[in-house]
Structures are given as C-alpha cells and as structure tokens.
Ligand binder design. Structure first.
Ligand SMILES: Cc1cc2nc3c(=O)[nH]c(=O)nc-3n(C[C@H](O)[C@H](O)[C@H](O)COP(=O)(O)O)c2cc1C
Length: 83
C-alpha cells in the first residue's frame, strides 16, 4: 500500500500539517510549487483583484514545477491546500 501526500502551502501552515500527517502515516510527500511564486499581495484573499482571486474566479490553471515520480505506484493520494 503506497500513499502520497501532495500539498501546496503559501505561508507554511499547510506545509506543517502535511509534513506531520505524512510522517504519521508513513507516506511519501510532494510539495506543489508554482512556477511563479506568490507574493504577499498575490495571496491577499480579501482583495477581489488579487492574483489568487483572479485565478479562483477565472478558473485558471497555475503552472507548477516538477512532477511526482512514479505516480502510478500510489494507491492513495491526499491533497493538502489552504482554504
Ligand atoms: C486564495 C485564498 C483564500 C482564502 N480564503 C480564506 C477564507 O475564506 N477564510 C479564512 O479565514 N482564511 C482564508 N484564507 C487564509 C488561509 O486559509 C490562511 O492564510 C492559511 O493559513 C494559509 O495556509 P498556508 O500557510 O499553508 O499558505 C485564504 C487564503 C488564500 C490564499
């Protein structure tokens, strides 16, 4: 049984939870890193014109760096992200 925890974290909260969870259940871990890093202004979620809201409402795909090696080997994949 092979398990992966893939996560995105802009400010570190999700990262801490994902690392603790993956360690607890013995899963591999993969950090999702956007090609274009988010600035503080980009993730100001209370600003309707910020990048994160434009991406959300525009349903834009965000190009990311890297790939999960041997993705097919995983039976279960948990995905962590800020909400
Ligand atoms: C796009 C976006 C939307 C968010 N929406 C909310 C929200 O509706 N309510 C809230 O309390 N926090 C909201 N936040 C704040 C995040 O939940 C909080 O900053 C979280 O700790 C971010 O996780 P991270 O440290 O892993 O990046 C939002 C953050 C982002 C980037």
């Amino acid at each position: 049984m092979s398990t992966l925890v893939a996560y995105f974290s802009a400010e570190g909260t999700t990262k801490r939870v994902a690392e603790g969870f993956a360690s607890e259940i013995g899963a591999d871990i993969f950090e999702i890193v956007p090609e274009q890093p988010y600035t503080v202004a980009d993730i100001r979620w209370t600003n309707p014109l910020s990048r994160c809201n434009k991406e959300k409402f525009g349903k834009k795909d965000v190009p990311v760096m890297g790939k999960v090696a041997d993705f097919e080997k995983y039976d279960t994949v948990y995905i962590g992200f800020p909400i």
